[in-house]
Unconditional design. Sequence first.
Length: 265
Amino acid sequence: MTPFYFGESNQPLYGAYHSPTGVNYSNVGVVMCYPVGHEYNRVHRLYYQVAQQLSRMGLHVLRFDYFGTGDSSGSFVETNYSRWCQDVQSAVEELQAISGVRKLSLVGCRLGANIAIDSSNIVSSKFQVEKVICWDPILDTKKYLDEMTSLNSQMLTDPLRFLKPRIVEVNDELMGFGYSAELRSNLGRRCIQSKHFSPKQLMVLASEDSAESVKEFMETSLFQSTTCSLNNLSIESAWCNVKSIESAIKVPGFAEIISKAVCDV
């Protein structure tokens, strides 16, 4: 793994490039799109494991942090949804420059899945995006914000976390991250903003506790012209459970599922 910074010199993005160590699929690359806020931390280890597995299969993989998140420049309160989609395009261009890949797939979880979908049409104008793989994507982001607000209140009044309940103030902070008015506005409407879907295939991965919303997600008109597949995961991700907000998610065989999906294009 090679960590580095890329993009604009005054607003660099952090990336981690996993170069192929197995049979060289020299023309296949994968860009991994993280969820945001506290959910980033829950999948970070799993993303690393998947990237390592894909590189051992001979694929070029880039994990990266959007502007205002992780180890990239900027603060969360400065960023917005459109900027994150632009960052995916920058990440794809960087992976192509490093590896020379001509075909690629995007992998995203939760809001990262939505970002992958919305950015895929921009990326497809320059590169051949074969597949977008989405894990528990979000159909209604207004509901997502409401769930995060509820989760934040539960956390602050959790007797197992605080001896004295904290005052639940009305402010921009959710789970320790400052959601600006602009970002809230971005997310205050149905999240998939693209009018069509360019990649050839869409694979949706559904945790047991997200199956109903994922089914509704796949029935949106956006995907009627593409090949869609659903893979049910035998886990509960507990995205909205206050007891799990700091727990890393473990998905047995997840790396193999992603590996097979990416290579089967």
